[in-house]
Each structure stands twice: as structure tokens, then as C-alpha cells.
Ligand binder design. Structure first.
Ligand SMILES: *[C@@H]1O[C@H](CO)[C@@H](O)[C@H](O)[C@H]1NC(C)=O
Ligand SMILES: *[C@@H]1O[C@H](CO)[C@@H](O)[C@H](O)[C@H]1NC(C)=O
Ligand SMILES: *[C@@H]1O[C@H](CO)[C@@H](O)[C@H](O)[C@H]1NC(C)=O
Ligand SMILES: *[C@@H]1O[C@H](CO)[C@@H](O)[C@H](O)[C@H]1NC(C)=O
Length: 408
């Protein structure tokens, strides 16, 4: 009995000395790993309690350090920061209930990527902020499809490239701040599946190219800030298509940064109201389509100085009348056999005196005394519109257009 006990003790001693030796070896290896920046940790890391983790170049201050109890963390990266393979990123699962997470970068080179591996652990996040990092490229789905994320602040991170789907699949995201980065080109399908996005700030970047459709998935967008970029192209912009955008008003001077604009399409929006100065400063305009909106009237003054306007499409609105005062500034240039005004049949044109009565298809009369050169073509009613008129250069059949005298 005694012998067996001694034997057991000896066995225990041998085992513990073996484990002890293994531990020493582990410690040594750990030290080497620390040197190579890839620590192997057995204890679960709590990212809100990293005091003893001297080898890590990250430290987080939390509202409470207890396991799974913090809601707000401010993490500082210093020295060389942590590599993408660092154990600290998956360890963010130690604080699953974080709703707000901020990364502050002490040294410019200490965060070169979006820490997606950390974000993925935090399904309750509502606010994510990163400042002063050096994130050259934002990869697809970098924000881990966080379903509750509302506010994404990424100003001043030296971002140059936004990959396709970089900021996507974030159903509750309302605000994106990307100001003061170096984004030069905006591809299509960068901002995808962001049904709640109201505000997008991309001011003070280096944008010179915005690809067609870059904002086309943003159905709730109310505010787009692009000042301080290299979009000098707008000065020479000749055609602008804002169709299908949910726009509900056009304010004063909306297009005045684009003085060369010749074609403006704002079809199939929800425009109810136009400011009289909405088209101010775009006097080279030859073609304007406001078709498919909810306009009930046009403000007087809207078409002032539009001496080149030759095509005006107002069909599929709630327009009841189109007054002489509305049209007076453009009647002279519309008096050309290649000019077109397109309105719905229900729209009453109250220039009876001037034009001898126009009400609808039935009542429209040909006014015989006008010369062809002074004809104003008015196409009335949907039925007269061919599918070709979706694009400007329409060519409706001549006999369907009606000519009216223009008052001198
Ligand atoms: C976490 O917080 C809750 C209340 O918010 C508290 O009841 C609980 O004891 C905390 N857990 C720990 C481990 O401190
Ligand atoms: C996000 O969703 C996309 C598409 O479903 C998927 O390919 C991607 O792996 C997801 N990313 C993360 C980080 O969950
Ligand atoms: C801005 O973009 C241009 C190319 O359009 C590039 O040559 C230039 O280096 C960029 N500037 C900065 C500060 O990134
Ligand atoms: C009619 O418009 C065409 C081009 O749209 C132009 O060349 C022509 O001079 C115009 N005619 C008159 C009488 O203004």
C-alpha cells in the first residue's frame, strides 16, 4: 500500500516535471512567437483586459472590462500594430455585446486594413469608427455584413481603393463618412444593399472618375457630399442623367457647377416641386426631360434664358396647365420644325389667345396661317410617343405633330 503510494508520487513527480519542461519549452517558443509577432495564447483573451498582454501592440479601453459585458470600446494601435493574422482579432468575441467600436491609430503604419476578423465577432455593433489608419484598399464585405451597423466613420485613413462590394450588405447603415481620404475613382457596385443609407460623405478625396451607376443602388440617399475632389469634369459635363433616383425636389442652382450642360434627364423621380432657379446657370441646355414625376405646375422663371432649348418632355406628370408665362422664354427657339414639347393629353395649355386654343387632342386645331419656320411642335398624349423618345433624338412621325402659331 505504502509502496504503491510512493510509486504514485514518483509517477506524479515525473509527469509534473515533464509538463514543467514542456512549459519551459512553450515559454521559449512563445517568446520566439512574440518576436515574430504571432503569439500563441492558450488563455482566452479579453480584449477589454489586455494589460498583461505586453506583446500586443493594441490596447482597448472599455466602459467595463468584464468578460462579455462591455458595450463601448476604444482601441489604440501603436508601434507596428497587429498583423491581419493576429490572435487579437478573433478575440473580439470576448466582448460580443459591443455596440460601439473605435480604432485610434497612434502611428500611421500601424493599421493597414479593415479588421474584418474583429468586426465579424460583433453582431451588435451600431457604430464603427477608424481614424488615422493607412488603409490603402477596402476589400469586399470589409464590414462583415453587420446587420445593426448604423454609422460608419472612416475619415482620414489614406483610403485609395474601394473594391466592389466594399461597403455592402449593411441593412441598417444610415451614414458613411469617407471624407479626407485619397479615393481617386469610384467604381460601380461599391455601395450595394444599403437600403437605409441616407448620407454619404466623400468630400476632400481625389475623385476624378465616378462610374455610371456608382450611386444607383442607394435608394434612400438624401445627402451626397463630394466637395473638394478633382471632379473638374463637371465644368465640361454635357449630359447628366439623374433618372430613377427618388429625387423629390430640385433646389436653386442645383446644376450651376455644370455650365456646359446640354442634356438633363430627371425622369422617373418623385419631383413635386421645382425651385424657379433650379436650372439657373445652365443656359446651354438644349434638351430637358422631367417626364414621369409628380409635378403639378412649373414655376415661372424656370426656363428663363434657355435660348437653346429645343426639346422639353413633361409627360406623365400631374400637370394640369402649362402657362404662357412658363413657356414664354423658350417659345422663340421652340419655334423650329425640329423642336419638341411633349405633354400629356390632360394638360391644358392656356395660350388660347396667343395660339388660338389648345386643350387636348380633340380640340387642337391646326392654325393655318403660320409658316413652317415658326411652327411649335407639340406632341400630346402617351399614344403619340414611341419607345424611341426614351432617349433624346426622337423622331416622331411628322403628321402626328401639330403646328401652332407663335405670338410675335
Ligand atoms: C454584466 O453586467 C450585468 C448587468 O449589466 C451584471 O448583472 C453581471 O453581473 C455582469 N457580469 C459580470 C461577469 O460582471
Ligand atoms: C458577406 O456576405 C457575402 C455575400 O453573401 C459573403 O460572400 C461574404 O463572405 C460575407 N462576409 C462576411 C465577412 O460575413
Ligand atoms: C490623385 O489622383 C491622380 C490621378 O487622377 C494621381 O495622379 C494623384 O497622385 C492623386 N493624388 C493623391 C494625393 O493621391
Ligand atoms: C432649327 O434647329 C436647327 C437645329 O436644331 C437649326 O440648325 C436651325 O437653324 C433652326 N432653325 C431656326 C429657324 O431657328
Amino acid at each position: 500500500m505504502k509502496g504503491r503510494l510512493i510509486f504514485l508520487l514518483v509517477v506524479c513527480f515525473i509527469i509534473s516535471s515533464v509538463t514543467g519542461r514542456t512549459r519551459t519549452r512553450e515559454d521559449k517558443r512563445k517568446k520566439e512567437d512574440e518576436k515574430s509577432k504571432e503569439p500563441v495564447k492558450t488563455d482566452p483573451l479579453n480584449i477589454c483586459n489586455l494589460q498583461s498582454e505586453r506583446h500586443l501592440n493594441i490596447y482597448c479601453y472599455c466602459d467595463t472590462p468584464e468578460w462579455q459585458n462591455a458595450t463601448d470600446a476604444n482601441c489604440w494601435l501603436f508601434n507596428q500594430g497587429e498583423p491581419q493574422t493576429s490572435q487579437v482579432w478573433p478575440a473580439f468575441k470576448s466582448q460580443k455585446h459591443l455596440t460601439k467600436l473605435t480604432f485610434h491609430i497612434r502611428v500611421v503604419s500601424s493599421l493597414g486594413y479593415v479588421p474584418t476578423k474583429a468586426l465579424r465577432q460583433l453582431p451588435h455593433l451600431k457604430t464603427v469608427e477608424i481614424v488615422y489608419a493607412n488603409i490603402e484598399t477596402v476589400e469586399p464585405y470589409a464590414f462583415a455584413n453587420l446587420t445593426l451597423l448604423q454609422d460608419l466613420a472612416l475619415a482620414r485613413n489614406n483610403i485609395i481603393h474601394l473594391k466592389r462590394f466594399a461597403i455592402s450588405l449593411l441593412p441598417d447603415l444610415k451614414v458613411i463618412t469617407l471624407g479626407e481620404n485619397k479615393i481617386a475613382e469610384l467604381q460601380r457596385e461599391v455601395f450595394v444593399s444599403l437600403p437605409s443609407l441616407r448620407k454619404l460623405y466623400m468630400d476632400r478625396n481625389n475623385l476624378s472618375v465616378i462610374h455610371d451607376g456608382a450611386f444607383s443602388h442607394l435608394y434612400s440617399l438624401e445627402e451626397l457630399e463630394l466637395h473638394g475632389n478633382q471632379l473638374t469634369g463637371l465644368v465640361a459635363l454635357r449630359r447628366l442623367d439623374l433618372s430613377n433616383n427618388n429625387l423629390n425636389m430640385l433646389g436653386d442652382g442645383t446644376f450651376q457647377e455644370m455650365p456646359a450642360l446640354e442634356e438633363l434627364l430627371v425622369e422617373k423621380n418623385v419631383l413635386e416641386f421645382l425651385n424657379p432657379g433650379a436650372l439657373r446657370g445652365i443656359n446651354a441646355l438644349t434638351r430637358l426631360s422631367l417626364a414621369g414625376n409628380k409635378l403639378t405646375s412649373l414655376p415661372v422663371g424656370l426656363l428663363d434664358d434657355k435660348y437653346h432649348l429645343r426639346y422639353l418632355n413633361l409627360r406623365e406628370n400631374h400637370l394640369r396647365t402649362l402657362t404662357y408665362a412658363n413657356m414664354a422664354p423658350v417659345l422663340q427657339n421652340m419655334a423650329n420644325s425640329s423642336s419638341y414639347l411633349i405633354i400629356d393629353a390632360k394638360c391644358v395649355v392656356d395660350w388660347q389667345n396667343e395660339l388660338q386654343g389648345i386643350h387636348d387632342d380633340q380640340k387642337i386645331k391646326y392654325v393655318p396661317h403660320i409658316a413652317a419656320k415658326r411652327a411649335l411642335h407639340i406632341l400630346i398624349g402617351r399614344s403619340l410617343l414611341s419607345s424611341h423618345d426614351q432617349r433624346f433624338g426622337i423622331a416622331p412621325v411628322a403628321h402626328r405633330s401639330l403646328a401652332f402659331a407663335i405670338p410675335s
